[in-house]
Design a protein around this ligand. Structure first.
Ligand SMILES: [Zn+2]
Length: 268
């Protein structure tokens, strides 16, 4: 009964109005709590600060600079990154391990930021017709999910938040991410070189640690071609004037290399 009435209320919420920024942030906060309960984070302050400062630098240049952006490093050597509604961005340690310079990390962060700028998760939820998805959202919005029954529902909602973005979303995130990085004065070449590196790793091993990125980010070969096309449109003098590396990168990398082996995390 509880579940049914929640579903109806949620359906009304979904049909009646869009998700406001405040609701989006509340959903993100709720999801972020689940993420920190379920995924190990890198505790090293130098690594966390490096990624957070770089993320803030890029996020500040976007149309959603008013969000309380947060950037965290997940202690997983798998190459992956994800964004929650409201500006919570997670970069796996595996991205840092493979990056050769600051602009490669920036390319991944810029891409995830654009998912938030374009509210891809929110749009997906607004379009979702499934009742369970509505229940999850209502739980997130009202904090009604303290009970066991409601907790089961929010797990379903959580799955919806983590649902795969469409190919179109990914292309948009690349294009927007490319521009986000450039506006921050950083070379977008890093996005291209990093994606190429992942593709090469994937082709060599067939599966392995790069696989998660490709599963979550469809159409990689086409996307690399798109980024190449965008790069070709930027004058060489502009590209050369943009930053590729910074002094903190090497320090951050040496800290990453000193970390013990990452714990194995299911689905990461
Ligand atoms: Zn993406």
């Amino acid at each position: 009964m509880l579940k049914r009435s929640l579903t109806i209320a949620a359906a009304g919420l979904m049909a009646g109005c869009g998700v406001s920024q405040q609701q989006e942030v509340q959903m993100g906060q709720q999801e972020a709590q689940q993420v920190s309960a379920q995924l190990p984070m890198v505790q090293d302050a130098i690594i966390q600060n490096y990624v957070n400062n770089l993320g803030q630098r890029i996020a500040r240049t976007t149309s959603r600079s008013d969000l309380n952006w947060q950037f965290q490093v997940v202690n997983s050597s798998t190459v992956n990154a994800f964004a929650l509604p409201g500006g919570f961005i997670y970069i796996n340690r595996g991205v840092l391990e493979r990056a050769s310079n600051m602009s490669e990390v920036a390319g991944v962060i810029g891409h995830e930021i654009e998912h938030v700028v374009r509210r891809h998760s929110v749009k997906q939820m607004e379009q979702a017709q499934g009742a369970n998805v509505g229940v999850g959202i209502l739980c997130a919005l009202t904090g009604v999910c303290q009970s066991g029954l409601a907790q089961a529902a929010i797990n379903v909602g959580g799955t919806a938040v983590f649902a795969k973005f469409s190919r179109t979303d990914e292309v948009q995130a690349d294009e927007g991410g490319f521009n986000n990085v450039m506006r921050a004065g950083i070379s977008p070449r890093g996005m291209y070189t990093f994606f190429q590196k992942l593709l090469a790793e994937e082709q060599q091993s067939g599966s392995g640690n790069a696989a998660a990125w490709f599963a979550d980010h469809p159409g990689t070969t086409d996307r690399i071609a798109d980024i190449q096309r965008m790069l070709n449109q930027v004058p060489a003098s502009t590209l050369n004037s943009l930053q590729t590396n910074d002094s903190g990168f090497a320090t951050m990398k040496s800290r990453v290399n000193q970390l013990g082996p990452a714990p194995r995390v299911q689905g990461q």
